[in-house]
Design a protein. Structure first.
Length: 270
């Protein structure tokens, strides 16, 4: 059946059928909206035959790995931590337009190897149907390595997953989407651990102000902040603006700007 005419319930049932057919599955789990719903459903259907594999790397905020560990602990799902060092890859550090392809390929090779050591032949990850509409070179290596994308296969969109997550009582149902920290760099800008840390701390500061949807895009030593209308209004307040500028400059940014177009995904792909 065409995914466009399936109901959300039918898509969910299809997802469950896909997972049952996999038997035992290692889920690449980041604690984001998609991978959380995938892991939750896999755990419900396969129970002890599912294990979460969470990569820990400087491109992922520490908050995400802490949330992933807390979720697995609360649900009684076994979790395997996979250390990953993308800065060892020249093709990642130099940040070409296909950076994501090289990074994800190396990452999933590590996850596949770790899963095989644990006796899991099948690895699944959380790509959804909407991801196909954006420039995502990392999707190619997922197919090349034989990693499954059950949410995409079931025809589930991001909106579907948020609704189903809310119905399941998952805390991630309204969580903003967050890509890895390397996506904050303009292509060709060398990626370093220091700059990744600057971006992570800058975004943590925005979160501390109560902003919900935001990005700190890095252009040399210029930080370009994208946020939603409520965030723009808040950052325009003189005291908030002054505190933000001081903090950002203390981190090492020379210039701090607010993007008047606001938050949008894939703005670095233009």
């Amino acid at each position: 059946m065409d995914d466009s005419v399936r109901t959300r319930t039918e898509k969910q049932e299809h997802l469950e059928e896909i997972l049952r057919s996999m038997g035992r599955v290692a889920v690449a789990f980041s604690s984001g909206v998609d991978s959380t719903y995938l892991l939750y459903t896999a755990g419900r259907i396969l129970q002890e035959n599912v294990v979460a594999f969470t990569a820990v790397a400087p491109i992922f905020p520490k908050r995400e790995s802490e949330e992933a560990e807390a979720f697995c602990r609360a649900r009684g799902i076994r979790q395997v931590i996979v250390p990953y060092h993308p800065l060892e890859l020249q093709a990642f550090r130099e940040n070409p337009k296909d950076r994501c392809y090289h990074c994800k390929k190396a990452l999933f090779q590590k996850v596949l190897s770790a899963a095989e050591e644990q006796g899991f032949e099948c690895v699944a990850e959380g790509t959804n149907l909407d991801d196909l509409s954006d420039y995502r070179p990392g999707l190619r290596d997922i197919e090349e390595l034989g990693v499954r994308s059950p949410l995409k296969e079931a025809g589930l969109t991001k909106a579907d997953i948020r609704v189903l997550s809310r119905e399941a009582g998952l805390p991630t149902w309204e969580r903003p989407s967050f890509a890895c920290l390397a996506s904050r760099f303009v292509y060709g800008e060398a990626i370093t651990e220091e700059k990744l840390s600057m971006v992570e701390k800058a975004e943590a500061y925005l979160a501390g102000l109560g902003l919900v949807q935001y990005r700190v895009r890095l252009h040399g030593m210029l930080a370009r902040i994208e946020t939603d209308p409520a965030g723009m209004e808040q950052l325009s307040e003189s005291e908030v603006r002054a505190g933000l500028c001081k903090y950002m400059k203390d981190l090492g940014f020379q210039y701090v700007t607010l993007d008047l177009q606001g938050y949008r995904t894939g703005s670095m792909n233009l």
